[in-house]
Ligand binder design. Structure first.
Ligand code: ME8
Length: 501
């Protein structure tokens, strides 16, 4: 069984989880479940990024210790995973002691190998926060985002990471591995950043205290990005008690991230690993941003948010997972909305898939005493499923989640047309004369429904499990369309996606 290690970015705990976080966890979960279905030995990691300025600032603004804020919000992210039917194997928090120890070990090695130096860091500083502010958080007139007071230009002596030493090794990596970053437009973006020339980057902060201490200079903490990136590596050391999974799963197969953190994952991260003599990951998959239907950034104050918690509560995780994977083409920004969600829910989940399921089960119950006939399935219909899984595998290996889902959806529609074309109710009216034909049609429908349901399982794990049970095919997870009906006993099924919701 081949090992397969997949990760999401880890979320900042300075705020609550939102739809963007849910989207990333969902797409990563679809890929993880897909690989499990193909028999891989999967390890799926997600978690929270708890150090650094944003968390320290948010805590200060609330008047609590950073650890208190981190504990509270990390729990919200952790609790979101099962609500989304996300099957992560571990949830890392960068405040875990084991993580911090391993960060120190790795970065000490980087230091010992000569890839650090002291240098001057200059930036906009808030004396009340005792903290440098990054460009994109500074208010107009160079003011602090928390205190709204004017920032001062300050310098501090920091440790730097010699990123510039990795210009050539990174160019070689990008040249040799054209699929290191996917999709292609994001590879090009990373490659062009590289061409513009790399400068050394600040590795520590002297005035910050909320972070992992620099072991060779205890007055400093590591810049949060270095601590955060290393989560992918450190987690394998302690995710399973008494076991070190590093040998088994490293290097990571897929890191799934959003486009705003491309530079950190495609440039800083491989350079840091090279500096520590650790193998670089196989692929970084970059997704776009979810936008409001008006094309603007989603924001609570603009009232244009698709609230994941409301959707989860009313419709369940599968409907949200389906909508996001179907609506947003992986790697691109996508507009999502409450109306768009409702339209797909009604037309695709309730009408197309849900109806196909209830019609098929009802007819088997009514015309075949509830047993899927163990007779030959329709060869022409079967042929239309040929190559479907090969195509899905191919698409998902380049993270084309929406295109792979479309492959399945075409078959869902095909099966609905098959019901109309064969009109089993008319065959049934003719009694014994056409009983064999009716049995063949229902065997084909049951098998077709089983196969699309197996294909949909990574996308909609909860409802598909219920449906396979009701079809009497709970154990039948093979992906090929069988030449014979499987003979299962069907049971009653409440509407999978009730219309009235
Ligand atoms: O960036 N649509 O954390 P984060 C889609 N801690 N994805 C979105 C999104 C949106 N509207 N908003 C955010 C961080 N994301 C760092 C990562 S990894 C070592 C450290 C994505 O909480 C974002 O692109 O701001 C990122 O991949 C993830 O959510 C966490 O974002």
């Amino acid at each position: 069984m081949s090992a397969f290690y997949i990760t999401t970015a880890i979320s900042y705990v300075n705020g609550a989880p939102h739809l963007g976080h849910a989207y990333e966890a969902i797409v990563t979960d679809v890929l993880a479940r897909h690989m499990r279905q193909r028999g891989a030995d999967v390890f799926f990691l997600t978690g929270t990024d708890e150090h650094g300025e944003p968390v320290a600032d948010a805590a200060r603004a609330e008047g609590v210790e950073p650890q208190v804020l981190a504990d509270r919000n990390a729990e919200r992210f952790r609790a979101l995973m099962p609500q989304l039917e996300v099957s992560n194997d571990f949830f890392i928090r960068t405040t875990d002691q084991q993580h911090k120890r391993r960060v120190q070990e790795v970065l000490q090695r980087v230091h010992d190998r000569g890839y650090t130096h002291k240098g001057l860091y200059e930036g906009w500083y808030c004396p009340r926060c005792a903290d440098f502010k990054v460009e994109n958080e500074i208010l107009d007139g160079n003011r602090c985002p928390i205190h709204e007071t004017e920032l001062v230009r300050e310098q501090e002596e920091n440790w730097f990471f010699k990123l510039s030493a990795f210009q050539e090794p990174l160019v070689a990596l990008f040249d040799e591995r054209q699929d290191f970053v996917m999709p292609r437009h994001h590879y090009n973006e990373a490659r062009s950043f590289l061409s513009s020339g790399l400068e050394d980057v600040s590795l520590s902060r002297a005035r910050m205290h909320w972070g992992v201490e620099v072991p060779w200079d205890p007055g400093h903490v590591f810049y949060v990005w270095f601590d955060a990136l290393l989560n992918y590596y450190t987690a394998l050391g302690y995710a399973r008690e008494g076991e070190d999974l590093t040998e088994r799963y490293w290097p990571a197969n897929y890191h799934i991230i959003g486009k705003d953190i491309l530079k950190f994952h495609t440039i800083f991260w491989p350079a840091l690993l090279m500096a520590a003599e650790i193998e670089v990951p196989h692929h970084v998959f970059v997704h776009g941003f979810l936008l409001a239907a008006d094309g603007r950034k989603m924001s609570k104050s603009m009232g244009n948010v698709l609230d994941p918690f409301e959707v989860l509560e009313r419709y369940g995780a599968d409907a949200l997972r389906h909508y996001l994977c179907r609506e947003v083409s992986f790697g691109h920004d996508g507009a999502v909305s409450r109306d768009g969600f409702q339209a797909r829910y009604d037309s695709e989940l309730a009408n197309e898939y849900g109806n196909l399921a209830s019609r098929t089960l009802n007819m088997i119950e009514r015309y075949c005493d509830g047993i899927v006939p163990a007779v030959d399935t329709d060869a022409a219909l079967r042929a239309e499923f040929d190559g479907m899984f090969a195509r899905i595998d191919e698409l998902l290996s380049v993270a084309e989640l929406s295109a792979a889902l479309e492959e399945v959806w075409q078959r869902v529609r095909r099966l609905n047309r098959y019901v109309e074309e064969t009109a089993p109710w008319a065959l049934a009216r003719e009694g014994a004369v056409r009983a064999a034909e009716l049995a063949g049609v229902l065997a084909s429908l049951a098998e077709g429904l089983r196969v699309v349901t197996v294909a949909l399982a990574p996308y909609m794990p909860a409802k598909t499990a219920v449906l396979l049970e009701a079809l009497g095919a709970g154990e039948r997870l093979e992906r090929a369309f069988a030449a014979q009906g499987f003979g299962g006993r069907v049971s009653a099924l409440a509407p999978l996606f009730p219309k009235s919701a």
